[in-house]
Write a new protein. Structure first.
Length: 260
């Protein structure tokens, strides 16, 4: 009987410690905005690309992973999210442009100094065996559309569209125009970013963190020139495989993603 009482007492003490550690909490909404040259990205809308010709986008999405808040007064990191797909397929007109929103409840109410966010699927999950995940898992849901069997990797980002090669204002097929599919993948292109912004989450409060990704900046070379879509080598990252272009696109998240 004494042993049972002692065991129950340990459970109660552990429970009390957990509650004291949890303390006050609030809510955080992570809002990811897709933009082009600072303006909301609208799919199927033409944008000036470079000095003369236009481009339009049919698809834009990317994985975020290992999202953490950075506490300001300690070295602690608060885990928010393991992996999810930020998808902008619904942004088909200026009237219905929406960010990709991820909501987190019971976040410790403390002072933070920023957010750490990775782009892509972490290597521990970037494998075909992910099919064993439950039906509601983000990678299970995206497996059929985003897993590249030949490359044995998820596509970390999907950006597809058409470059108006002949400059006639319409967006057709090759050879008159240049459709592109920029789908970087593989563990070597995984990116982790730290975005600094000081804020305090009060008990019971909801804080919105707004991050933007500028697609134009993703499509710029090291000298800030737009990628040459007149060159067939720049129209695909996987068919045929183009490691250099994949690396450039993923590296560009470092300048294209900003916290507002």
């Amino acid at each position: 009987m004494k042993k049972i009482f002692y065991f129950i007492t340990l459970i109660l003490l552990a429970s009390c410690r957990d509650e004291s550690i949890l303390g006050p909490t609030g809510n955080v909404n992570l809002n990811l905005h897709a933009v082009f040259a600072g303006q909301p990205l609208v799919l199927d809308q033409p944008y000036l690309f470079g000095s003369a010709n236009q481009v339009k986008f049919d698809q834009f999405n990317f994985f975020i992973s290992d999202v953490k808040l950075l506490e300001a007064e300690t070295e602690d990191e608060t885990d928010l999210l393991e992996v999810a797909l930020a998808d902008f397929s619904g942004n088909t007109s200026p009237a219905n442009v929406q960010p990709a929103i991820f909501e987190f409840n019971t976040v410790p109410a403390v002072k933070y100094r920023g957010i750490k966010i990775s782009i892509g699927v972490p290597s521990r999950l970037n494998k075909s065996s992910v099919q064993r995940y439950g039906a509601g898992h983000p990678l299970k849901q995206a497996f059929d559309t985003h897993f590249w069997e030949d490359g044995n990797s998820f596509f970390f980002m999907k950006m597809a569209g058409v470059y108006d090669l002949n400059g006639d204002g319409s967006f057709g097929t090759s050879p008159e125009d240049n459709p592109f599919e920029l789908f970087p993948a593989k563990n070597g292109n995984f990116q982790t970013l730290t975005l600094l912004k000081t804020f305090t989450l009060e008990n019971g409060q909801t804080v919105d963190l707004d991050l933007s990704v500028d697609v134009l900046k993703l499509l710029q070379s090291a000298d800030n020139q737009t990628i040459d879509f007149t060159d067939p080598a720049n129209l695909s990252t996987y068919n045929p495989e183009n490691d250099d272009l994949s690396s450039l696109l993923m590296d560009n998240f470092g300048t294209a993603m900003e916290i507002e």
